[in-house]
Design a protein around this ligand. Structure first.
Ligand code: ADP
Ligand code: MG
Ligand code: ZN
Length: 603
């Protein structure tokens, strides 16, 4: 993409020039000027001038070993080297030469004064000039040089990102395609009387390709594309952000039809809460944005694109129809989407011909586009590390684990006993999952320690997509989480710290069942928690009385306990298989889903 940016002279530039001039003046001109006024003569000339009474004043500078003297009128200054001369003073007295030397100093004082005062004057003048400019920018409408938006303008170019580079996300692409069409040929839309949405808000979790989609729009539309990040509007001085917004829209209107893209808009679009000590600058910037968005008609051809992963924190005034009329969800990719994204990125590296992308996409369930891009890159890196010139299926599979669970820890040494416990723990998860009909089968289990701290790792696989989870399915999932600890109890009769992550996840699920999914005995369909950040981890905050909260806690414990007991029961019933499988895993360190199932089903 071509980036066009007007050249801008900074303050530093001006300062540097002034400094250079002053330095040149001091180092070159000053000594030259000073020298020029003093004429050098030899000692004999001095003596003869004294005797013929042509000398006005004289100064004997013994340290410098020279004599400065003037002629009768004091116009010219002479200099001579001092020669040891006992009669000098006597001769000077006789000739009536004054030896104060005050007058002589004054000439060179003027020169040095010039050398110091001149730069001072220049600096003061510059300071005045600058402060006047500052005043202008704080208030006036002619604040041109400051508060200017530094939006990057992209113009269409052949090497730009196209919709074809964005895999999956078909609905989002369709939405944006319509806008690109409109900008290319608005008459078709105008004839029927349709006006385009003024603003389109892309919302979704991090790494799902929101920024990428906006770039693709820039690549597809043959109109100017202004791109700016929300945080770039935020400045130290109140009013700067607002003036940047004003400038951005002024530029945009001049270039219409065009697209303005504001990435991470939540930086300026946060709800105005009216609290004490609120952020004045941010609110002014937001107000300016709201005004600007109202300021142009539907058909001027300026379309605003914005992206955020915190739509719930945006000010309602910003998201109402008429400003951002359209909200385009950019969700985590489904199975098909993941496969497509893998293929798009695999085009950029050299891959062995027989790679099964579907299998990899199934293994990387829940991964975002950015993670998938990372997986492909890690696979290429791994191929190079192993001295191959093509990435293989194994590379891709290993890099899923790298991206999700961290690198293999090469020198982590587990004791023999620890290794047995980890094997047993991981098989516990898998066995409980496999024995409950509704749980997804495992793809692979390894007990190679990872840099993320996980000692073992069970990769679950979802067969297809599903969007709803039944109560039984969630309960089974909780049972699976407790399966690791349960296996330790069944086999070793003691417990370890290895289950901390399992405990956290099981608790989260159980809590959500009761407080958000209405799956408890006696709270019916009452929401006891509200989700704060849908796309960023989904933290929730409690919205109920302390009594209810205590009851929720009790029920969460009860629920997890029940599933834990179920897991223990399943493992007791299948004790033989548990031992057999954990021995296998202990020896081989890795077991695939197929091997697992064949051992489980063997008689
Ligand atoms: P965000 O939604 O956080 O703005 P980005 O658009 O910056 O995410 O995506 C980060 C990177 O992830 C992209 O540069 C791209 O390499 C990859 N990526 C994400 N989604 C997709 C997708 N749908 N198709 C292809 N690559 C994607
Ligand atoms: Mg982004
Ligand atoms: Zn575990």
């Amino acid at each position: 993409m071509n980036e066009v940016k007007p050249p801008k002279k900074s303050l530093l530039y001006y300062y540097a020039i002034v400094l250079l001039v002053v330095m040149l003046f001091n180092f070159l001109a000053m000594p030259w000027m000073a020298e020029r006024q003093i004429r050098e003569v030899d000692y004999n000339t001095f003596v003869s001038m004294v005797e013929s009474a042509q000398v006005g004043q004289a100064e004997i500078q013994e340290q410098d070993n020279r004599i400065l003297f003037t002629d009768k009128d004091g116009n010219t200054v002479y200099k001579t080297a001092m020669v040891p001369d006992a009669d000098l003073t006597k001769r000077l007295l006789e000739a009536g030469v004054s030896t104060t030397g005050v007058e002589i100093e004054q000439t060179s004082l003027l020169v040095s004064l010039l050398g110091w005062i001149l730069p001072l004057v220049v600096f003061i003048a510059l300071g005045q000039f600058m402060s006047r400019k500052m005043m202008q920018k704080m208030g006036g409408p002619n604040a041109m040089a400051f508060g200017k938006s530094n939006a990057k303008v992209y113009v269409k170019s052949s090497e730009g990102i196209k919709f074809a580079d964005v895999a999956g996300e078909d609905e989002a692409k369709e939405n944006l395609q319509e806008i690109v069409d409109y900008l290319h040929d608005p008459t078709r839309y105008k004839e029927i009387g349709a006006s385009m949405p003024k603003g389109v808000l892309l919302v979704g979790p991090p790494g799902t390709g929101k920024t990428l989609l906006a770039k693709a729009v820039a690549g597809e539309a043959s109109v100017p594309f202004f791109s700016m990040s929300g945080s770039e509007f935020v400045e130290m001085f109140v009013g700067m952000g607002a003036s940047k917004v004003r400038d951005l829209f002024k530029q945009a209107k001049e270039k219409a039809p065009c697209i303005v893209f504001i990435d991470e808009i939540d930086a300026i679009g946060k709800k105005r809460d009216g609290q004490l000590g609120g952020n004045d600058e941010r609110e002014q910037t937001l107000n300016q944005l709201l005004t600007e968005m109202d300021g142009f008609e539907g058909n001027t051809g300026v379309i605003i694109l914005a992206a955020t992963n915190r739509p719930e924190s945006l000010d309602p005034a910003l998201t109402r129809p008429g400003r951002f009329d359209r909200r385009v969800p950019v969700e985590l990719p489904d199975l098909k989407g993941r496969e497509d994204i893998l293929r798009v990125h695999a085009r950029k590296i050299k891959v062995e011909g027989d790679v099964d992308y579907n299998r990899i996409a199934r293994m990387a369930s829940g991964a975002s586009g950015a993670e998938l891009a990372n997986i492909v890159n890690e696979a290429a890196l791994r191929a190079v590390r192993n001295g191959r010139d093509r990435a293989t299926q194994a590379d891709l599979e290993e890099s899923i684990e790298v991206v999700i669970a961290g690198y293999q820890k090469k020198n982590a040494i587990m004791t023999d006993h620890e290794k047995r416990i980890v094997a047993c723990h991981e098989i516990g998860h898998a066995l409980v999952a496999a024995k409950q009909t509704n749980s997804a089968p495992v793809q692979k289990i390894t007990i190679v320690p990872r840099t993320s701290g996980a000692l073992g790792y069970t990769m679950q696989v979802e067969e297809g997509n599903h969007y709803l989870m039944s109560k039984e399915e969630i309960e089974n999932k909780i049972a699976t989480f407790t399966g690791g600890r349960a296996a330790e109890e069944v086999v070793f009769g003691s417990v370890t710290t290895g289950a901390s992550n399992d405990i956290e996840q099981a608790t989260k699920l159980a809590r959500a069942m009761i407080t958000r999914y209405g799956m408890s005995r006696d709270f019916d369909m009452v929401a006891l928690e509200t989700v704060n950040n849908q796309y960023l981890g989904g933290d929730a905050s409690l919205a109920c009385s302390p009594d209810t909260a205590a009851e929720v806690d009790r029920q969460v414990v009860e629920l997890v306990k029940k599933q834990h007991e179920k897991a223990v029961r399943i493992l007791r019933e299948n004790r033989e298989k548990l031992d057999q499988l954990s021995d296998f895993l202990y020896e081989k360190e890795t077991i695939t889903g197929e091997t697992f199932m064949s051992i489980l089903n063997a008689e």
